[in-house]
Design a protein. Structure first.
Length: 816
C-alpha cells in the first residue's frame, strides 16, 4: 500500500501462530495446503500466502498461477474467525495485481466480500475486504456488482471506522462508485454526506483529498447540495480555505464550492460566513494559477443566479475581474472572460466593465495564440456588446472590430459564431457598420454562409442582415456571389437560421438588381414552399416574400392578385393570370416564344417608343430590368431618356446577336399622351378619375350594359389578336374590346404613369378592379373631411362612376 504512514503494530497475527513450520515449503505446497481439513493448517497457509504476496507483484502472479484464488475465495467465508481473517489478508494483498483482478471478476466473489463488511467482523477483515473491493471497484462491472449487492450502506458505515485504513479503502471504493449517476444519488440518500464531511478533518491528506473529490462528484446533484449546506458543508470548506496549511486542498475545495453556489440561498450562506470576501481575496492574492482560475470559476458559478449577480456587483466583482485580465496565466484569463460573460446578464455590470477599462483589455486577448482564450474573449465581447451601444463603441475604439473580422476566418466554430454575433451587435451603429465593411466583413461572411454549423449560421445571417442596410454591403454581397448561399439557406429547417436568412433577404431586396438576382436563385419558389408550411412560415418569411414581390410586380400580381397604390407598374409589366402557388412564373421572353394556344393571352405593358426601346432593350435582354430602372426614375422620365440616349451614343452599337425584344405598343403611347392632356387640365381628383375611366372605357369598346355583357365580343377579339400577332403575348394598347380585367390593368397603368394613385385587384372569373382613395365634401371649397373614402372605379357599365367600397353596387361590380 504505502500510501500513508501506518503503525506496524496494526498488522496482527504475529503472535497467534508460528510461521516456522512452513519454512522451506514451496509456494506450490502452501497452495495445496489451502485445501487442508485442519483449521490450524489453513490459518498458517493463509498467513504464509499473505506474507509471500506482500513481497511483490511477481509473487502474486505466481500464486495466481498456482490456483490460490479459488480456495482463498472459499476460505473468506470459513466458519473459523481466524481462517476468515487470514484468508482476507491473503486475498487482499493479492487483489491489486491486474491479472488477479481479472480472475477475481470471474469468480463472483463480491457478494461474499460485502457480506463480511458488517460491524461484527474483525477490523482486520474490514481492512482487507475493503482493500479487495477498492482494487475491484476501478472496473465498471464490479462497480455495478458492488452497488447491486448493496455494498454502499456498509461502506458508508465504514467511513467512520476507527481504523484509518478501513476509512481510506471505503472512501476509495465510494469515490469509484460515484463516477456513476445511480451511486451519486444513493450516497446522498444513504446518509453519506455527514461522514464524508467528517473525513475532511482527517489527519491523513490522502483521505482529505479523496473526500473532497468524492464531494466534488456528488454535489453535482441539487438535493445533495442542499444536504451539504444543511450539514454545514460551506463552513467546513471555509475552514479549509482559510487555512494556508491546507493549500494543497484549496483547488478541490473550490470546485465543491462552485458546485453548490449557483443558487442564491447558498450564496447568502457563504456570504454570511465571510465566504464571498474570502473568495475575492483568493482571486486577487498571488496564488497558483490553478487555484486562481478555480476561484474565478467559482465566481462565474455564483453569478449564474440574478440575485447573486446583484450581490457580486455590490461587492465590485467587476474590478476584481478586470484586474485578473492582466494575470499572465491563460487559464486564469480564460476563466475571467467566462465570468465576465455571465456577469454581463447584469446590465450595470456591462457598464462597470467598460468604465474600468475592461473592454480594451479583452480586445487585446483576441490576438493571443490560445484558441480557448480567444473563444472566451469573443464570447465575452458578444455578451458585453449585446444591447449596449457604448460598449460597442468601446470595442470599436479599441479597434476590436478589425480583429473580429479576422476571427471570422478562424477554425473554431464557437469563436467564429461569437465574432459574428459581436460584429452584428456593433453594426447597429452606422460609423461602426461602415468600418466593419471596409475591413472585408462581407467576403468573410459569404464563406460562412456555406457553414454547416447552426450556431455559426444563426449569427452570420444576423450579422449580414444588419450590415446589409448599407447599399455598399448589398453590392458587395452581389459581387462576392453571396446571394446564392444566402438563398440556399431557405432550405434549412433550423428556425432561427431561416428567420435570419429571411430577414437578410428582406433587407437585401431593397435594391432591385439584388432582388432580381435573389429571385434568379429560386428564392420566391422556396419562400412560397415555406409559406405553405405551418411550421416554417413566420413574419420573417412573409416579409422576405413581400420585399421580393415588390421588386417584381408582374410576379406579385400573378401570385397575390393585388397591387397597392405604391406598386407602380411600368414597361415590361405583364399579367400572366393567376399562377398556382409553387409554380414557376415564366419570363415574358419564354411566354412570347410559346406557340399560340387556347389560353387567356398574356397582356403586356410597354409605353416606350421604338427609339427609347432600342436603347435600354438592346443592351438588356431582360425587359424587366428596364422596367425597374424606369420605375425608380419615374419622377424625371424625360431626363432619364436623354441620359440613356447619350449613353447609347457613346457606346458603339454592339447588337451582334440581337436578342428578343418587346413589341412596341404605339396605341398605348397615344393613349398615354391623351390621358396626360385631358387629365392635367383638371384639378379635381374625382373629375380626373372619371376622365381617365372614360378614356379607358372608350379605348376598350365603351360602356357595356350589365345585361348585355355576354354579347360583348371580347373573347373573339382577343383570339383574333393572338392569331394576328402569332403570339400569346398581347400588348395592352392593341386591345379594343376588353372587359373588367383588361380595363382595370389599363387604368392602373395609365394612372401610375401620370401620377394618379390607385390599386389593382384581381377577383374571380376575369374580374379585376381599381380602388381609389378620395376625400369627401366639396373640394373647390376646401371642405374636405379628414378621412378619405375608398371607391371602386366603374370602367364597364357607367364608366367613371365611383362605387363606394363594400356598397351593393361595388360588390356587384366585383363579383358575378
Ligand atoms: C468526479 O471528480 C473528478 C475530479 O475529482 C473528475 O475528474 C471526474 O470527472 C468527476 N466525475 C464525474 C462523473 O463528474
Ligand atoms: C498569450 O497569452 C500568454 C499568457 O498571458 C502570453 O504569455 C503570450 O505572450 C500571449 N501571446 C500573444 C501572441 O499575445
Ligand atoms: C452570452 O452569449 C451566450 C452565447 O452567445 C448566450 O447564450 C447568452 O445568453 C449571452 N448572455 C448575455 C448576457 O448576453
Ligand atoms: C449565436 O447566437 C445565438 C442567438 O443569438 C446564441 O444563442 C448562440 O450562442 C450564438 N452562437 C455563438 C457560437 O456565438
Ligand atoms: C401564403 O399562404 C397563404 C395561406 O396559405 C395564402 O393565402 C397566401 O396567398 C400565400 N402568399 C403568397 C404570397 O403566396
Ligand atoms: C420577375 O420575375 C420574372 C419571372 O420569374 C422574371 O422573369 C423577371 O426577370 C423578374 N423581374 C425582375 C425585375 O425581378
Amino acid at each position: 500500500m504505502g500510501k500513508k504512514v501506518k503503525k506496524e503494530s496494526e498488522t496482527p497475527c504475529k503472535e497467534t501462530f508460528e510461521p516456522l513450520p512452513f519454512e522451506g515449503k514451496t509456494p506450490a505446497t502452501v497452495v495445496l495446503l489451502l485445501s487442508s481439513p485442519e483449521e490450524d493448517i489453513l490459518v498458517k497457509a493463509c498467513e504464509a500466502i499473505h506474507l509471500f504476496a506482500e513481497k511483490g507483484d511477481e509473487n502474486k502472479a505466481c500464486l495466481l498461477g498456482l490456483g490460490a484464488l479459488e480456495p482463498l475465495c472459499q476460505l473468506i467465508t470459513h466458519i473459523n474467525k481466524l481462517v476468515r481473517r487470514n484468508a482476507f489478508m491473503a486475498l487482499g494483498s493479492m487483489a491489486n495485481n491486474g491479472d488477479v483482478r481479472i480472475a477475481l471478476k470471474k469468480i463472483d466473489v463480491i457478494p461474499s466480500i460485502i457480506d463480511k463488511l458488517s460491524l461484527e467482523e474483525d477490523i482486520v477483515v474490514h481492512e482487507f475486504a475493503t482493500l479487495c473491493l477498492a482494487s475491484l471497484s476501478v472496473d465498471f462491472v464490479c462497480k455495478v456488482q458492488i452497488f447491486d449487492n448493496k455494498g454502499l450502506p456498509p461502506l458508508i458505515q465504514l467511513l467512520s471506522s476507527p481504523d484509518p485504513d478501513v476509512r481510506k479503502n471505503s472512501l476509495e471504493i465510494i469515490f469509484n462508485l460515484v463516477q456513476d449517476h445511480q451511486s451519486r444519488l444513493a450516497v446522498h440518500e444513504l446518509g453519506g454526506i455527514p461522514p464524508l464531511l467528517e473525513l475532511l478533518k482527517s489527519d491523513f491528506p490522502v483521505i482529505q483529498h479523496l473526500a473532497l473529490r468524492t464531494l466534488q462528484n456528488v454535489t453535482i446533484d441539487k438535493d445533495t447540495c442542499n444536504t451539504f449546506r444543511e450539514e454545514q458543508g460551506f463552513e467546513k470548506l471555509m475552514d479549509i480555505l482559510k487555512n494556508m496549511e491546507f493549500r494543497d486542498l484549496h483547488a478541490e475545495a473550490l470546485q465543491v464550492v462552485a458546485n453548490c453556489v449557483s443558487d442564491s440561498e447558498s450564496l447568502q450562506l457563504i456570504h454570511k460566513v465571510g465566504g464571498l470576501t474570502r473568495l475575492m481575496e483568493f482571486v486577487l492574492t498571488p496564488n497558483t494559477p490553478e487555484i486562481q482560475s478555480k476561484a474565478v470559476k467559482c465566481i462565474a458559478r455564483v453569478a449564474e443566479s440574478s440575485e447573486n449577480r446583484k450581490l457580486l456587483h455590490e461587492q465590485s466583482v467587476e474590478k476584481v475581474l478586470v484586474e485578473l485580465l492582466s494575470v499572465a496565466d491563460i487559464s486564469v484569463k480564460t476563466a475571467t472572460c467566462q465570468a465576465m460573460s455571465v456577469m454581463s446578464f447584469h446590465l450595470a455590470s456591462k457598464d462597470s466593465f467598460r468604465d474600468l477599462g475592461g473592454i480594451p483589455a479583452v480586445v487585446r486577448l483576441l490576438s493571443n495564440d490560445s484558441l480557448v482564450l480567444r473563444e472566451a474573449a469573443t464570447q465575452a465581447l458578444s455578451n458585453l456588446t449585446n444591447s449596449n451601444q457604448l460598449n460597442a463603441f468601446a470595442v470599436y475604439n479599441a479597434e476590436g472590430h478589425e480583429i473580429l473580422v479576422q476571427q471570422l476566418y478562424g477554425t473554431c466554430p464557437r469563436t467564429v459564431g461569437n465574432s459574428a454575433a459581436t460584429l452584428g451587435n456593433m453594426a447597429g451603429q452606422e460609423v461602426i457598420r461602415c468600418s466593419v465593411l471596409s475591413h472585408g466583413a462581407i467576403q468573410a461572411l459569404v464563406e460562412l454562409l456555406k457553414s454547416t454549423d447552426t450556431e455559426v449560421l444563426v449569427n452570420t445571417t444576423l450579422c449580414l442582415a444588419v450590415l446589409a442596410c448599407e447599399s455598399e454591403a448589398r453590392a458587395e454581397l452581389l459581387s462576392a456571389s453571396g446571394l446564392q448561399p444566402l438563398v440556399n439557406l431557405l432550405h434549412t429547417y433550423q428556425k432561427e437560421v431561416l428567420q435570419n436568412a429571411c430577414w437578410a433577404i428582406n433587407v437585401c431586396a431593397t435594391d432591385v438588381p439584388v432582388a432580381v438576382e435573389i429571385c434568379k436563385f429560386g428564392a420566391l419558389e422556396l419562400l412560397q414552399q415555406i409559406n405553405q408550411s405551418v411550421n416554417r412560415k413566420s413574419s420573417f418569411s412573409r416579409l422576405a416574400m413581400i420585399s421580393l414581390l415588390n421588386s417584381n410586380l408582374s410576379v406579385k400580381y400573378s401570385l397575390t392578385g393585388n397591387l397597392a397604390s405604391t406598386d407602380l407598374i411600368s414597361d415590361g409589366f405583364y399579367d400572366a393570370g393567376k399562377v398556382p402557388a409553387g409554380q414557376r412564373i415564366l419570363t415574358l421572353e419564354e411566354l412570347s416564344k410559346q406557340p399560340v394556344n387556347e389560353q387567356r393571352p398574356i397582356i403586356v405593358v410597354n409605353t416606350a417608343t421604338e427609339e427609347t426601346v432600342d436603347a435600354p432593350e438592346g443592351r438588356h435582354s431582360n425587359p424587366s430590368e428596364t422596367d425597374t430602372s424606369s420605375k425608380r426614375d419615374r419622377r424625371t422620365p424625360r431626363k432619364k431618356k436623354e441620359d440613356d440616349k447619350q449613353k447609347d451614343e457613346t457606346q458603339p452599337e454592339s447588337h451582334t446577336e440581337k436578342p428578343w425584344k418587346m413589341m412596341e405598343d404605339v396605341s398605348l403611347q397615344v393613349l398615354l399622351k391623351e390621358a396626360k392632356e385631358s387629365i392635367f387640365s383638371l384639378s379635381d381628383e374625382r373629375e380626373q378619375c372619371a376622365a381617365l375611366a372614360g378614356l379607358v372605357s372608350e379605348a376598350m369598346g365603351g360602356a357595356v350594359e350589365m345585361e348585355k355583357l355576354h354579347e360583348f365580343p371580347w373573347l373573339l377579339h382577343l383570339s383574333e389578336l393572338k392569331f394576328l400577332l402569332q403570339s400569346n403575348v398581347v400588348p395592352i394598347g392593341l386591345i379594343n374590346r376588353g372587359i373588367y380585367c383588361h380595363r382595370a390593368l389599363l387604368f392602373k397603368c395609365l394612372a401610375d404613369c401620370i401620377g394618379m394613385s390607385c390599386t389593382l385587384v384581381r377577383g374571380e372569373y376575369n374580374r379585376a378592379w381599381n380602388e381609389v382613395l378620395l376625400f369627401d365634401g366639396n373640394p373647390s371649397r376646401n371642405e374636405r373631411s379628414s378621412k378619405p373614402c375608398r371607391y371602386i372605379v366603374d370602367l364597364m357599365h357607367q364608366p367613371g362612376s365611383l362605387l363606394t367600397d363594400s356598397s351593393p353596387a361595388a360588390v356587384q361590380y366585383q363579383t358575378i
